[in-house]
Design a binder for this molecule. Structure first.
Ligand code: URA
Length: 190
């Protein structure tokens, strides 16, 4: 347990709890406002994120920023973005269950220090780890589920939207539902 972000980040940046540390360029700890009420969680760094040390900086990240802007959210101001695993899986394969398990305590500590009101899971891997193991994004996206005093919502991964642009209107609906929910439960977001 850590009592501040600085200590947590310093320790995390040296993590060697799983094999992904062998191939990383940079560990991707997270970005944003540590006092935000809304936390976004992706799957794990890709090539650009590994090179730059920041989540969602590739084409998927640009798309994510567009959706965020559409609902007055900004990665530098009023949200925080992290991933299930903090180091890039080689060739962007899915992170293995044991890698997710080795890494999840870092996210747990980030969540504990941040105390978000809402967590948005970007894509299947994140939603299945944080909401439920059988979560189906195509069926359950946009639904808010309360767990331990936090509202969770799963939506499409930006990379999936780049592959299947027909799902973009559904994703926008999810972000609009998020905006409405923020107005209901968050005091400080806008
Ligand atoms: N995909 C993710 O899930 N996370 C990132 O940070 C980048 C791409």
């Amino acid at each position: 347990m850590y009592d501040n972000w600085e200590a947590l980040k310093t320790e995390c940046m040296q993590c060697r709890k799983c094999g992904l540390c062998e191939t990383r360029t940079n560990l991707v700890f997270g970005v944003g406002n540590e006092n935000a009420e809304v936390l976004f969680v992706g799957e794990g760094p890709g090539e650009n994120e590994d090179l730059q040390g920041e989540p969602f900086v590739g084409r998927g990240g640009q798309l994510l920023d567009k959706f965020l802007t559409a609902v007055d959210l900004d990665r530098k101001k009023n949200i925080y973005i992290a991933n299930i695993v903090k180091c890039r899986p080689p060739q962007n394969r899915d992170p293995k269950p044991e890698e997710q398990d080795a890494c999840i305590d870092w996210l747990r500590e980030q969540t504990r220090l941040m105390r978000p009101k809402i967590i948005v899971c970007l894509g299947r891997i994140s939603a299945q780890k944080l909401i439920s193991p059988d979560f189906k994004v195509t069926k359950q996206h946009g639904e808010f589920i309360e767990k331990g005093g936090i509202l969770f919502m799963g939506t499409f991964h930006p990379a999936a939207l780049l592959r299947n642009p027909l799902q973009k209107p559904d994703a926008l609906e999810d972000f609009l539902a998020l905006k409405k929910k923020i107005k209901e439960v968050c005091q400080r977001t806008y």
